[in-house]
Ligand binder design. Sequence first.
Ligand SMILES: [Ca+2]
Ligand SMILES: [Ca+2]
Length: 161
Amino acid sequence: MNLRYIAAALCSILLLSTAQGAETITVDPAQTNQTIYGFGAGMKRNTVKLRSMATTPRTEILNLMFKDVDPRIYRTFLRHDQEAINDNADPDVLDLGGLDFSAGNYADDFWVHDQAMAIGGAKIDTFYASCNTAPAWMKDNTNTVQGTLLPQYYTEFAEFL
Ligand SMILES: [Ca+2]
Ligand SMILES: [Ca+2]
């Protein structure tokens, strides 16, 4: 792992500590308490903007994310509209035919994923995805804005993820 990034992480911890006030952190590089698996990179939004940029700045951004950061973890986004209606009545059986990956900007998300794999290579071996909301049909207000996941859809949301 690049020592520059380890130093940057330690500096961030120390700066946060100083900003909070009276905390003191002592770093003993000879003592290992936990291992940092690696850093992550990816895009959650605006993949369409990145993909449509001119080649030179786009390549620079991609290299910053997937070469300079030297990530082992790739992060992407799960869009609520991939399952706009329930795939079936069984949260233990996923029907891929019931999902819509043409919704939103998945094509651009997949493009960024492909770029990450081309630049970062096999060392990117962990994938992480997050979402901002459950699909509307799982929520008490049937809307993707605000509202709450209904308890009867906890297992459906787990399937969605
Ligand atoms: Ca489902
Ligand atoms: Ca299902």
